[in-house]
Design a protein. Structure first.
Length: 301
C-alpha cells in the first residue's frame, strides 16, 4: 500500500513523527528519534551528517523519510524549519511564558499549563481528518454505541460515554473487563465500538475491539500511534497525542488530547441533530430539578 504523503500542520511535525516511530525498524527509528528530540540540529544537517550522527547510512535516512510519507530528507527538513520558525515567532510574541520566580509553586504550575498548551497545539499532526469525518458519520448513523477503555484510558472513555448518553445516543461503557467483552461479542454490523487506548496496545481493550470487528461492527480507535495494534484492527483510526510521551517527567496530562479528540468527535457526530438537542434539553431540566430539590429546605415528618 502506498504511504500517504505527509502534510503535518504548522507545529505538528514532531507529533506526526512520534506517532509513527514505533512502526520503523531500529536503524530508521534512530534517524527519526533524533528529528524528534533535536529538530533544530537536524534542520541544519545534510543527509550524510544525519547518517553519521545516527550511525546509519544515507540510504537509511532517505528510506526512513519516505516511509513516513515525505519525498526525502529535504522535504522533511522543510517542515522542521517551518515549525522552528513558527516556534520562534511564538516566543518573540510572548507565548509560552512562565510566571513567578523559578523554583516557586507558581512557576511550576504555570509552566505545566504553558507546556501543555504548546503541545496541544501540535497534537493533531498525525490526525487524518477524512477518517475523523467517516468516524463521526458512523456514530451518527449507528444503532448502538459501545465505548471501551481500560487503565489510564478508562476515565476518558467513561466521560465521553456519558456525553453521548446526554445526547440521546444509545450507549454503554462497562468498566468491568468481562462485561466489556460480553458487550463487544453482542454487537452487530449496525453498531459502533469506540475503543480508547493511548498506546494502542492494551490487551483488554484490543480483545473487545477484535470481538467487535468479528461481529461486523465498525471499530473506531483512539490512539497515539498510527501503526499500533488498535490502529490495525480499527475501521477508522484517529491518531493524536504521541508527542506527550516525549516528556520525561511525572505530569499526568496525556489524557488531555484523548479527551479533546473525543469531545470533538461527540460534537461533530451530534451536530445538527434535533434528537440530540431535545435530549440535551431534557437532561438540563432533570439536572435543574435535582439541584432545586437539594436547595429546598428539608421537610419535617
Amino acid at each position: 500500500m502506498t504511504q500517504q504523503r505527509a502534510e503535518p500542520p504548522v507545529g505538528g511535525t514532531r507529533a506526526y513523527l512520534q506517532s509513527l516511530l514505533p512502526s520503523l525498524v531500529p536503524s530508521e527509528r534512530r534517524v527519526v528519534q533524533l528529528c524528534v528530540t533535536d529538530p533544530e540540529g537536524v534542520a541544519q544537517m545534510s543527509v550524510s551528517e544525519l547518517a553519521l550522527r545516527t550511525e546509519t547510512s544515507p540510504a537509511t535516512v532517505v528510506r526512513a523519510c519516505k516511509r513516513l510519507g515525505f519525498d526525502g530528507f529535504q522535504h522533511l527538513r522543510q517542515y522542521l524549519l517551518r515549525d522552528l520558525g513558527a516556534a520562534e515567532w511564538g516566543t518573540a510574541n510572548g507565548h509560552g511564558d512562565h510566571s513567578g520566580e523559578p523554583g516557586s509553586t507558581e512557576y511550576v504550575v504555570s509552566g505545566i499549563f504553558s507546556r501543555a498548551a504548546n503541545e496541544i497545539r501540535s497534537a493533531l499532526g498525525a490526525l487524518d481528518y477524512a477518517e475523523f469525518e467517516a468516524a463521526a458519520n458512523a456514530i451518527r448513523s449507528c444503532r448502538r454505541l459501545f465505548v471501551v477503555g481500560n487503565g489510564a484510558s478508562l476515565p476518558p472513555a467513561q466521560s465521553i460515554a456519558l456525553r453521548f448518553l446526554t445526547s440521546g445516543r444509545v450507549c454503554e461503557a462497562p468498566a468491568d473487563i468481562i462485561s466489556q467483552q460480553i458487550a463487544a461479542k453482542l454487537l452487530t454490523p449496525e453498531d459502533v465500538c469506540l475503543a480508547v487506548s493511548d498506546s494502542g496496545m492494551n490487551s483488554f481493550t484490543l480483545r473487545s475491539a477484535r470481538l467487535a470487528a468479528e461481529q461486523g461492527a465498525t471499530v473506531i480507535g483512539i490512539t497515539s500511534y498510527a501503526k499500533s495494534a488498535l490502529a490495525e484492527v480499527s475501521t477508522h483510526s484517529l491518531v493524536a497525542g504521541a508527542e506527550f510521551h516525549s516528556w520525561n517527567d511525572e505530569t499526568v496530562i496525556g489524557n488531555i488530547v484523548q479527551m479533546l479528540l473525543l469531545s470533538a468527535l461527540h460534537v461533530v457526530s451530534t451536530s445538527n441533530s434535533p434528537e440530540a438537542a431535545a435530549a440535551h434539553a431534557e437532561v438540563f431540566r432533570e439536572v435543574l430539578a435535582m439541584v432545586e430539590d437539594e436547595d429546598a429546605p428539608p421537610t419535617r415528618e
